[in-house]
Design a protein around this ligand. Sequence first.
Ligand SMILES: [Zn+2]
Length: 339
Amino acid sequence: MHCKQVRPLLNALADGELNFWQRLRVTRHLRGCAACAAEAEVIRQLGAEASAWRGVTAPNSLEARIAAAIAANPEPAPSSPTLASDRRSHSQEDPSMHSPSAAPFAIPRSLAWRWQTLVVGLVVFALTLTVCARVYFGHSSLRGLEVVNWLFSDQYLVPSESMEPTLMGHEDRTVFKDGHDVLEAAVHDVIRVDQWAYRHATPQRADIIVFKAPPGADQESLALHQPPKENTLIKRIIGLPGDTIEVKPSPDGSRCLVYINGKPLEEPYIKEPMDKDQPSIARFATQGPLVLKPGQYFVLGDNRNNSNDSRFWGVLVVDRVLGKVTGIAWPLHRRRSFP
Ligand SMILES: [Zn+2]
């Protein structure tokens, strides 16, 4: 607070009419500002002299009766203006209060327990809750607004295995491992999806997204001559608008690779190398280069050999994107955040 703001409040301060926060700020200013402190002292002394003078000429005045009541009963009534009556009663009997060492602006306890205390309490409670949440959700993966994100983001169950091993989703199954069949119990990761992620940013390569698939993606219904459903799918963005995409065998012929603008794409996240017969069963970007127009994306599953993705039903239009997958929420041992 500046002196200009403090000066008009000094009278009210002397009369005990400031609220808790005003009183706190004014007294803090007075501690550091000799000029205002002197002014406050003058006002206090004037007030004390005035009340003393009034006490002499009108012994039956309200001040005199309050002073007498306080002298008779040292515990002040809770509703009385504590500061003002203190000041006036002291002025009639205690000259020592004129010394600067007296504390005329002490905060009465009754004032401190008002609604302001409730607000402070709630703020402290909220901070405590936040800290607990940070500890619980693991500080290392938790960035600034992660708790807010977590509170306001959607949670999805991963329905299929097309994004394994990044996102697990399968029913009970037997897999052939180390020479014999192994039973794997069903698992469906719960993922967090940020619906606001692409409101002010465009999708980036390698983002994992949730989207409403085009009707052509529902191969099962189409095969049964039923109206296709627009299922919600999860895939990784591979091609961006303007890219030229081609899926073709690697130079050594051992597997298939994704080529973006003629360069093979490094994909550390995929489950296993793409089968070299993939081009023969897929239609898009496998029979020749595919150029993405504005607003078009090419999406693929990390489980590249078990994924119904852009290779089979074509490009994804940006309007169909529902959100960005920001992390795995459940199970706990797989909990993590994606960049
Ligand atoms: Zn000042």
